[in-house]
Design a protein around this ligand. Structure first.
Ligand code: SF4
Ligand code: SF4
Length: 561
């Protein structure tokens, strides 16, 4: 490989790389505002000016291609003075908004002002004033005074979202961004401009003014909005989720996520309609009871049916661990082969960037862990038919409001003698259930999903329940810390009494006289990986923060199911 020298170190580079890219590959950050690894080069902020031997003027590292033997200095007096001048120039018209700016704490301009500026401005005139709360579209607010004209947002809309809705207007210090006449910043990925804006010029209408960044914890997780499984950070304060942001994973979602996933996949966790204790139906009403009473009632009622009269429905919203234990519970504990799960697709949802038509996070996982009928067992349609015929009398459903997807099921389920449901929130199926167990949401438990492309990905508790508080879902503090969960922020806020579905099934099995020896989600995963070929040899460490591809021929690449 060819080499070049940067700050006295000889490093390899790939032919065609720019200085900024080659340096980044070796962990050397050259300061920049307008450059972004996934956008075209615009070279307008000038922050990445560096000195190159034998070139009389400074060059911008974002657009200068490295050549064999090139000698680059990023910390020479000349380069430092140029950076200082660029910072002074950018800050001339920048308002002193940091105390009230949503970006404070994660702002490139703020960080660079501390790192690369001498802290003095020679500009004593009145700063240029511009509009401060412009609604660019349904989700994005614009503060024109804070904009440093880097054009990242414009290039994102043109090049990634393929919705050229933004442009610059005016010139000089009056330059600003705006939407084209009659247009709004309204595309399925519009909120990514908030993440890539290096300052607080673009903010989220949903999140703005809700919290200071340093008051929140960020937990690495996976979006549940579709089978892409975009990697995300869940931001929490006082045990309440306040925002989701995309987390870089080149094999899954790069730097992006869609607006639907960002806005619609966490509010149910905070919602008032959470099921927050076990419930039994008494005289037509659901009544809150303790866990022991609910387990005892569920066990005694299950025992009153023949094994062939009981069916089970897993969930593409639940984790692999939850579905795996449901399959074990149905087969080994109850002895029923009637088990399946519902697929949820929306042909209008998918697109060519990230969104998939399968609007659940774990269809592939549910399939792989065995949520499917035995040879003589009934599939989903067979189960519904058998309920109508009075052959299936008891149904056990985890984490899926089947009636919301198929309203006809309401009449069918009304014929059941026993309906047991695990649910996170009250819904149409809990309205009919005889026994409801409160299930932890994806943001409250450990587990894995398998995305459409065969990537096994970890979720971790970002908010705590009574159960995770008590047992930390079976994982030690040091182990959870390894995955980036910050416990010091968990001190206050509402804690719901919910458990992971797999844990409810373990406890119920015990009451039914079958001991399943799992104390933590990781043990369920290890059991899965020892018995299911696709997961062979994998453990939570292998899955890590960016996922592991399952070992199966069944994975269809890029299928928009
Ligand atoms: S709004 Fe932000 S991303 Fe867009 S040009 Fe201004 S500073 Fe850059
Ligand atoms: S593309 Fe799918 S997984 Fe990604 S953010 Fe959107 S809904 Fe979530």
């Amino acid at each position: 490989m060819p080499t070049f020298t940067i700050n006295g170190k000889e490093l390899e580079f790939k032919p065609g790389q720019t200085i900024i890219e080659a340096a980044r590959d070796h962990g050397i950050e050259i300061p920049h505002f307008c450059w972004h690894p996934k956008l075209s080069v615009s070279g307008n902020c000038r922050m990445c000016l560096v000195e190159v031997e034998k070139i009389p003027k400074l060059v911008i590292a974002c657009s200068t291609i490295v050549s064999e033997g090139m000698v680059v200095q990023t910390e020479s007096d000349k380069a430092k003075a140029a950076r200082d001048a660029v910072m002074e120039f950018i800050l001339i018209n920048h308002p002193l908004d940091c105390p009230i700016c949503d970006e404070a704490g994660e702002c490139k301009l703020q960080d660079y002002a501390y790192r690369y500026e001498n802290g003095e401005s020679r500009f004593t005139e009145e700063k240029n004033h511009k509009p401060k709360h412009v609604q660019l579209g349904p989700h994005v607010m614009f503060d024109a005074e804070r904009c440093i004209s880097c054009s990242r947002c414009i290039r994102f809309c043109d090049e990634i979202a393929k919705s050229p809705q933004l442009t610059f207007v005016q010139r000089g210090d009056r330059v600003t961004i705006t939407t084209f006449p009659g247009e709004k910043l309204d595309n399925p990925y519009s909120m990514n401009v908030i993440d890539i804006c290096p300052v607080g010029a673009l903010t989220s209408k949903d999140f703005r003014f809700k919290a200071r960044v340093w008051d929140m914890s960020a937990t690495k997780s996976v979006c549940i909005g579709c089978s892409r499984g975009c990697n995300i950070d869940i931001w929490v304060r006082n045990n309440e989720i306040l925002r989701l942001t995309p987390r870089y994973n080149e094999d899954v979602n790069s730097y992006w996520m869609c607006d639907y996933g960002r806005l619609n996949t966490f509010k149910h966790v905070n919602a008032k309609d959470r099921v927050d204790s076990p419930q039994l139906r008494r005289e037509g009403q659901l009544v809150k009871v303790g866990w022991d009473e609910a387990f005892a009632e569920a066990a005694s009622r299950i025992k009153s049916f023949a094994k062939d009269e009981i069916a089970f429905i897993g969930s593409a919203y639940a984790t692999c661990e939850d579905n795996y234990l449901l399959a074990k519970f149905a087969g080994s504990v109850i002895g029923s082969g009637h088990i399946d799960f519902m697929r949820h697709t929306d042909p209008e949802f998918g697109d060519d960037l990230l969104k998939k038509n399968d609007v659940t996070p774990n269809t592939r996982g549910a399939e792989l862990v065995g949520v499917s009928p035995s040879k003589s067992g009934l599939n989903l349609e067979g189960i519904f038919k058998a309920i109508k015929e009075g052959k299936i009398k008891a149904l056990y459903v985890i984490e899926d409001d089947l009636i919301a997807s198929n309203p006809e099921l309401e009449n069918i389920f009304a014929r059941l003698d026993l309906l047991i449901v695990h649910a996170t929130n009250y819904n149409r199926i809990t309205d009919l259930a005889d026994i409801v167990f409160p299930a932890a949401t994806y943001a409250e438990k450990n587990g894995t999903f398998v995305n459409f492309d065969g990537m096994v990905q970890r979720i971790k508790p970002a908010v705590t329940t009574v159960d995770t508080d008590r047992a930390l879902d079976g994982l030690s503090l040091s182990r959870l810390d390894k995955f980036g969960t910050k416990f010091d922020k968990w001190a206050s806020g509402i804690k719901r009494d919910a458990k992971s579905t797999w844990k409810i099934l373990v406890a119920l099995s015990g009451v039914l006289g079958h001991k399943l020896k799992f104390n933590m989600a990781e043990e369920v995963f290890v059991d899965m990986s020892s018995s299911i070929d696709a997961f062979k040899g994998l453990d939570y460490d292998d899955v890590g923060e960016s996922g592991a591809r399952i070992k199966t021929k069944d994975v269809e690449q890029n299928v928009n199911v």
